[in-house]
Design a protein around this ligand. Sequence first.
Ligand code: PLP
Length: 370
Amino acid sequence: MSIPLLDLKAQYLSIKEEIDQAVLAVLDSSKFIFGPEMKRFEEEMALYCGTKHAIAVGNGTDALVIALKACGIAPGDEVITSPFTFFASAEAIAQVGATPVFVDVDPRTLNMDEAKLEEKITPRTKGIIPVHIFGQMADMDPILALAQKHQLKVIEDAAQAIGAEYKGHKAGALGDAGTFSFFPTKNLGGYGDGGMIVTNDDALAAEARMLRFHGCQTKYYHDEIGYNSRLDELQAAILRVKFRYIDQWNQTRAEKAAVYHQLLAPLADTHQVTLPFTAGSNKHVFHLYVVRTTQREKLMAALTERGVANAVYYPVPLHLQKALAYLGYQAGDFPIAEEACEQALAIPCYPELTQEQQEEIAVILLKILG
Ligand SMILES: *Cc1c(COP(=O)(O)O)cnc(C)c1O
């Protein structure tokens, strides 16, 4: 038995004709950068998220950097985010010269704990980046209320959460801006890099459009120092094909998660295991299905031995990353995030996974952890 964490080959084969056709059409048009595919994909994303604007960029990290910059975040400012996320969430803050400030996560959802947020706000705080980890949105209402009270910008890092919802609102649509990544393994993944910023703010959108193209509005006239960050036509064409399936694929992922939940129910009451928790206000799109266990090493060995791929998201919380040592955080500062890094393990959860495969995986978990 060999079960990958994600089966991109099976997914490609299931839509091969449409993808091949879209790619060939781009080759035939010989329009490779800033063409009609990107433009249409932007329109489709904005419509889907329910925002006025969508601005395609080169990757999800650039989406954060450009959104921060377009929000006016500058050196000397502080931006609060989660320590339990991919490095880029904090890296982008440092890239624009601001200081990442962390707040611990909620033990159930592993998203930013809004109850601990206000104490992190200082006169220098200018923004908050809630990260919708593993495909579930952070508790946005209290975050937005605090942002309004203290006049802070909110940028949703929705890299893992395209299509996720909070009280009926799509990920990315609630903050001043929302950012997405189309890295191949994301729920909507291209065949290379890609990213998107969505916003309802006209000025922010105009600024982001300028920043992604060398601070330029009129060709060869540069108003400010920007970036070279674009979504090419091949990626846009591929993503537009896959975008037609995103709701179906997200739905199937959620169904697979529900199957795991049922199969693994006998473990739910043991103190060795925590299964993923979905808050009542949320539609979770299960970018990753992550269990937490004190027996992680043992479980990893057993899964690997049986050919079941598994991966640790994330081994090191951001406040303990070497690159961020200058911030002066220490072990013990964010105990929930640190414990999650010691216990979290992703097991295969993707649309093409079969019931039989899930049952085989569950048997291993029940045997090792039961
Ligand atoms: C993947 C990811 C990013 C970065 O996206 P790239 O396209 O790889 O630059 C940012 N934040 C989170 C939470 C991610 O998972």
